[in-house]
Design a protein around this ligand. Structure first.
Ligand code: ADP
Length: 248
């Protein structure tokens, strides 16, 4: 992490309401280069809304969002080139092979020919799915399907990877393996990650946790800092204390 560089991602004082009902109420959040940030909160906290705004899917009602200092409103094409996005819903065609899916999405990202072949191999190696490339997606385990989804998101060499509840529907072992795997990629490549989840154990190893409750950041810091803040012996206790605490 280099503090003199602009944050990989920054949102300041972002608000968003649906039909007058607030989902995000003045949220500020940043991700530094090479940082793994866990966005933790119960269902309804506003994680998906924040995630969709970070993905550029829609603009906030107020507040600012930028990526490497680029404003979302004026640089949307450049921003999309730097973002890898893994939505909750599956995006791969289950009936065709992983390779055919990666070719299709690579084409959408403007990759073709030798460069596309190379990228497919690189992201498949990164996600440990090379032996599965020619199998239909539907024949893969849930965990490997998620790996293929992440490989798809990594195709255009994003600098920041956004994942919205990427372990939904996976068993405990696959969940843990996936989290560990992404940490290894972060350590090796310097990728920045925003990992949204309601599961505490998935963010225990995060560089920083942002705790989102009812559309507000209730606390943020390293896991150790959150434990200290809550005067708790472990992260579970800290989470319970901090989520129960009244807003200042
Ligand atoms: P999370 O991902 O943490 O579960 P969401 O961002 O999905 O949180 O939801 C935050 C709040 O906004 C919830 O009260 C939810 O019901 C509401 N909400 C989310 N999306 C919509 C939508 N498209 N229309 C109306 N309300 C929505």
């Amino acid at each position: 992490m280099n503090p003199s560089q602009p944050a990989a991602f920054r949102m300041e004082n972002v608000a968003k309401a649906y039909g007058g009902v607030p989902a995000l109420c003045g949220v500020s959040l940043s991700i530094q280069n090479g940082e793994f940030v866990g966005l933790l909160g119960p269902n309804g906290a506003g994680k998906s809304t924040l995630f969709q705004i970070a993905s550029g899917l829609f603009a906030p009602d107020s507040g600012t969002v930028d990526l490497f200092g680029l404003n979302y409103r004026s640089n949307s094409a450049e921003i999309l080139g730097k973002l890898g996005i893994v939505f909750q819903a599956r995006s791969l065609d289950a009936d065709i092979s992983v390779r055919a899916n990666l070719k299709f999405f690579g084409g959408l990202f403007g990759l073709f020919g030798q460069r596309l072949k190379e990228r497919i191999l690189v992201v498949s190696e990164m996600m440990d799915i090379v032996p599965l490339l020619d199998k239909p997606v539907r024949s893969l385990s849930g965990g490997n399907q998620r790996r293929a989804e992440i490989a798809r998101a990594l195709l255009p060499e994003p600098q920041i990877l956004l994942l919205d509840e990427p372990t939904a529907g996976l068993d405990a072992t696959s969940r843990r393996n996936l989290v560990t795997h992404i940490h290894e990629i972060v350590a090796r490549t310097g990728l920045s990650v925003l990992w949204a989840t309601h599961l505490l154990e998935e963010v225990e190893g995060a560089d920083r946790i942002v705790l989102l409750i009812k559309g507000e950041v209730k606390a943020e810091g390293t896991p150790a800092a959150l434990m200290q803040m809550a005067q708790a012996a472990d992260l579970t206790e800290a989470y319970i204390t901090l989520t129960a605490a009244k807003a200042p």
